[in-house]
Design a protein around this ligand. Structure first.
Ligand SMILES: Cc1cc2nc3c(=O)[nH]c(=O)nc-3n(C[C@H](O)[C@H](O)[C@H](O)COP(=O)(O)OP(=O)(O)OC[C@H]3O[C@@H](n4cnc5c(N)ncnc54)[C@H](O)[C@@H]3O)c2cc1C
Length: 569
């Protein structure tokens, strides 16, 4: 595709810092640089989504939707990938990338779930935010799978605290080494059945626990946002700011400084590398609407386009110094792609506590932290471990079998009867970093904007499958011990990607030959370019990852700020 380059005066397009992507991690970079007085350009490929104003479904009831929240069968046929995501429905569909509009190539099945708009996937996330632990940063070095992290928990702990204080996370201080305690607002309550399960698990097993999930929903008003109204409609966008998103929190903070320029509809094509200066000088941007290409310049560039799009931009940034992509001297860029293994599901019923119920629609669940290969537990057929997320509830609708007619007064009365308690559990397993789980660019196939399509080659291997077997057995055993009935275990068989925790492909490390980024997320060979989204991850642990991306971003941005002040960048 031939681009019409707009050669506006360079000065008008020059900033101190460019941030690519306005989602979970980009929002943090924007906030830190803007608040420290740096003129910051945030380039976002999607449309603008203004907090509150652009949440069209937030206040709608199910009967106000054309299909009562169901997706139209034509949409299902056209967009099979996003239709596999549990959060995709008539109330949220405008925040998801449609399969057919943004194609990619699956050498093996990979469900790539994306949100291209200001705020990215921070509008859609489930907000679970457990910290990584000492063990997680050491696991690669300890069992030799993957390269050693260049940082440890002690480097991250202050930055976890820093972001948690701003994000606003409800949670309990449980004193567990696998999920260290953070800075929490009051926790949400457990149901009576969850408390029963917790008591049973903790009295049966010396190394297993059940806690309320640490979650970025505001159990009390926090920094001018919230509190949460317990509507559990978060992923439509929350007009109360009851949960953390870029739109409700980081971007408004950045905007308030007057130092941020937010430019939606700006598809970053590549990073410009100056061979003579031996550094990056800016980025090339395609206007999503006019397709015109413009260059923007800055001293520092933060790539936060979301794991695979960040790597796509880097692979697409070729120069005589880096013909295989920015900083990719040893064929590492694109490799070691990971996604959590969410294939294991368990459901069951509990016959009891029929006189008890709960208040509101709690927007979170309970969490069973990792217990495999922790302390004295040693598994022989898999490395690392898994956690469980779980939630309980009571369905409505009594036993209809005795009714002759499925309507009328008797039917209505039965409809208001409460059913028995049920539980749903999902295993969340670590995915090892494999050399051949990778992405590459297919230059023969481009998208509507002329960008090469990404080719994805990723699978779960023996370690993940063995772990899955154990996950289903141990989960069912815990429920059985606690007196649950009708326990059903399922391997959904779902492909990687659907965990929506894609990580790796530009990993951090100590050695330039085996990693792309150093301990401050700078590209080894191009230190004025930082990557602080999931692409930077060296291993995947089993915790939901976004709080770690946020802490990495705040840490790297504050390092860059100091280096900028010293004129080192
Ligand atoms: C349904 C769902 C539930 C989830 N639940 C959780 C959870 O409970 N806990 C958790 O930790 N994580 C969860 N996640 C994952 C979480 O949303 C992501 O980890 C997080 O948003 C990643 O942040 P990011 O900044 O890397 O990417 P994003 O938030 O996706 O932001 C990337 C931004 O970059 C933009 N962009 C992409 N390419 C370009 C380009 N070429 N030029 C300019 N801009 C570009 C995109 O449009 C987007 O706005 C969930 C995700 C979903 C969808």
């Amino acid at each position: 595709m031939a681009f019409n380059i707009n050669g506006k005066a360079a000065d008008a397009n020059t900033y101190d810092v460019i941030v690519v992507g306005s989602g979970m991690s980009g929002g943090w970079a924007a906030k830190e640089f803007s608040e420290n007085g740096f003129k910051t350009l945030v380039l976002e490929r999607g449309r603008n989504v203004e907090h509150g104003k652009d949440y069209p479904t937030a206040m709608k009831e199910p009967w106000e939707f054309d299909h009562r929240l169901e997706i139209d069968p034509r949409d299902k046929a056209e967009n099979p990938i996003i239709n596999r995501c549990y959060a995709y429905n008539e109330a949220t569909e405008h925040f998801f990338v449609k399969d057919k509009e943004h194609p990619y190539i699956q050498n093996k099945p990979f469900d790539w779930i994306r949100g291209y708009q200001v705020g990215g996937k921070s509008l859609l996330w489930a907000r679970w935010t457990q910290r990584w632990s000492v063990m997680d940063f050491e696991s690669n070095a300890r069992d030799g799978y993957g390269v050693e992290w260049p940082i440890g928990y002690e480097d991250m702990a202050p930055w976890y605290s820093y972001v948690e204080k701003f994000v606003g996370i409800s949670g309990n201080r449980d004193g567990l080494a696998q999920v260290p305690d953070g800075e929490y607002l009051p926790p949400m309550d457990m149901t009576c059945v969850e408390k029963h399960l917790k008591n049973n698990i903790e009295s049966t097993y010396s190394n297993r626990n059940l806690i309320i999930s640490r979650t970025a929903n505001l159990s009390q008003a926090h920094m001018g946002r919230g509190p949460c109204m317990y509507r559990d409609r978060c992923n439509r966008g929350c007009p109360f700011g009851g949960y953390f998103s870029s739109n409700s929190a980081t971007l408004p903070a950045a905007m308030a400084t007057g130092n941020m320029t937010l430019r939606p509809n700006s598809v970053v094509h590549s990073v410009i590398y100056d061979d003579q200066a031996q550094k990056a000088t800016g980025v090339r941007v395609i206007d999503a609407q006019t397709k015109e290409m413009t260059e923007y310049y800055a001293r520092v560039i933060f790539l936060n386009a979301g794991t695979l799009n960040t790597t796509l931009i880097m692979l697409n940034s070729t120069s005589s110094r880096f013909p295989q992509g920015l900083g990719n001297e040893y064929d590492i860029l694109g490799r070691y792609l990971m996604d959590h293994n969410y294939r294991g599901r368990i459901s069951a019923e509990f016959d009891g506590f029929k006189d008890q119920y709960y208040f509101g629609k709690r927007p979170t669940g309970v969490y069973i932290p990792r217990f495999r290969n922790v302390g004295s537990d040693k598994q022989t057929d898999f490395l690392r471990g898994y956690a469980f997320s779980a939630g309980t509830g009571r369905g409505t609708g009594g036993d209809m079998s005795g009714l002759t007619d499925p309507f009328g007064a008797d039917y209505k009365e039965k409809m208001f009867e409460l059913g028995s308690w049920n539980i749903g559990m999902t295993g969340m397993g670590e995915h090892l970093p494999y050399h051949d789980n990778r992405v590459t660019l297919n230059k023969d196939k481009t998208d509507e904007w002329g960008m090469p399509q990404l080719e994805i080659d990723c699978e779960y291997k023996e370690n993940e499958v063995n772990m899955l077997r154990d996950m289903l057995e141990s989960g069912a055993e815990m429920l059985d011990n606690a007196g649950f009935k009708n326990i059903r275990t399922t391997d959904t068989g779902q492909a990687p990607g659907l965990g929506i925790h894609e990580m790796g492909t530009a990993r951090m490390g100590k050695d330039v030959k085996t990693s792309i980024l150093n301990k401050f997320n700078q590209i080894h060979a191009v230190p004025n370019v930082f990557v602080t989204d999931g692409a930077a991850m060296t291993s995947s642990a089993c915790q939901n990852p976004s709080i770690t991306y946020m802490a990495l971003t705040a840490r790297a941005a504050n390092y860059a700020i100091e280096e900028l002040k010293k004129q080192n960048l």
